[in-house]
Design a protein around this ligand. Structure first.
Ligand code: LMR
Length: 330
């Protein structure tokens, strides 16, 4: 009996250490484990291990623990990590066309967005990644629409953005977006945003609610504008060499687990947006330290008008036809 118990513990320890598995798949991301992306990555781990009967040991590293967003792409290409899910903005140097997702006000709502992602435009954009042969595009995941926040003064009209130092992700479209309103954009890795806001290295930023709340940015910003002016989503990418090293049945297990994880991720993203909005309103009311601003349709139109100047600047990079196709998607 004692022997059996010890054997079970040893097997569990071996599995934890990845020693009993035929393959180890490291998964790295930069956000909290409690975001939709974090939850879906953990779910994917569980499902791959279940479906493969433990032949694949998936190890998830959240919060930039293993690689920050400046390093994860290189680590993937070198097969030091096998699966990552960077935001679409972070594919700028690999596939600049992906910046389509960064264009301000391009999506009318979530239904429109999913139809673009899962339709012809999404497939064309994925093929730009696959062409590079080092990584394989899997699914699009969702973080939600982005909102402005600042520590200086409420951002209501485009005038309010003038002179503010905005933290941005590494995307030329995002740079142009803030320049269009007289802001001063600065690229910073996600892991440095909290301290940069705290120390006043930057004044303002744009985030989906899940990232804003789980990284406690509300503690270092005095106001949040529900602008939904931009979008933040992800592309899950796998190292091609790793994928090709797997037997067909394990590839099928991964495809199945990814399909389920994508469904869960998108569901979570919608639920979380509502839950976090409620938590932020409570925080705002209880502490009086965060002003939450809603924009009227007229105010939103002002932003849309000024930011429309960004589009023609990227016709060559993204493709005017592709932008049009995305806008025309039903
Ligand atoms: C950011 O850098 O703001 C985001 O890409 C972080 C993330 O992965 O959601």
């Amino acid at each position: 009996m004692k022997k059996i118990v010890l054997g079970t513990i040893a097997a569990a320890m071996l599995a934890t250490a990845g020693l009993a598995a035929d393959y180890i798949m490291k998964v790295s991301h930069v956000v909290s484990a409690s975001t939709p992306k974090g939850k879906a990555a953990d779910f994917f781990e569980k499902r791959v291990e279940e479906l493969s009967g433990g032949k694949i040991d998936v190890q998830v590293f959240p919060n930039s623990q293993l690689y920050g967003d400046g390093e994860e792409m290189k680590a993937l290409v070198m097969n030091n990590v096998q699966l990552i899910m960077p935001s679409l903005s972070k594919f700028t140097s690999i596939a600049p066309q992906m910046q389509l997702f960064d264009l301000p006000f391009i999506f009318r709502d979530k239904a429109h967005l999913y139809n673009v992602m899962d339709g012809e435009v999404g497939a064309i954009l994925k093929s730009k990644i696959d062409e590079k042969k080092q990584m394989m595009a899997m699914d699009y995941w969702d973080a939600g629409f982005k909102h402005f926040s600042s520590s200086k003064h409420p951002i209501v009209t485009p005038e309010d953005a003038k002179g503010l130092k905005f933290r941005i992700q590494s995307s030329k479209v995002l740079e142009a977006q803030f320049k269009a309103v007289g802001g001063n954009p600065q690229v910073l890795p996600f892991s440095e945003v909290y301290s940069a806001l705290q120390q006043g290295v930057v004044d303002a930023t744009e985030n989906p609610l899940s990232n804003f709340y789980t990284k406690k940015f509300h503690e270092v910003q005095s106001n949040l504008t529900l602008s939904s002016h931009g979008y933040l989503g992800y592309l899950v990418v796998m190292n091609t060499k790793f994928w090709n090293s797997l037997p067909k049945d394990l590839q099928e297990n991964i495809t199945q687990a990814m399909k389920e994880a994508t469904e869960l991720e998108r569901r979570e993203s919608t639920i979380e947006d509502e839950n976090i909005m409620e938590a932020l309103r409570k925080y705002s009311k209880d502490t009086n330290k965060l002003e939450i601003i809603e924009l009227t349709p007229e105010q939103k139109q002002q932003w849309q008008k000024v930011m429309a100047d960004v589009y023609p600047k990227f016709y060559d990079v993204i493709g005017e036809d592709l932008i049009k196709k995305a806008i025309d998607t039903k």
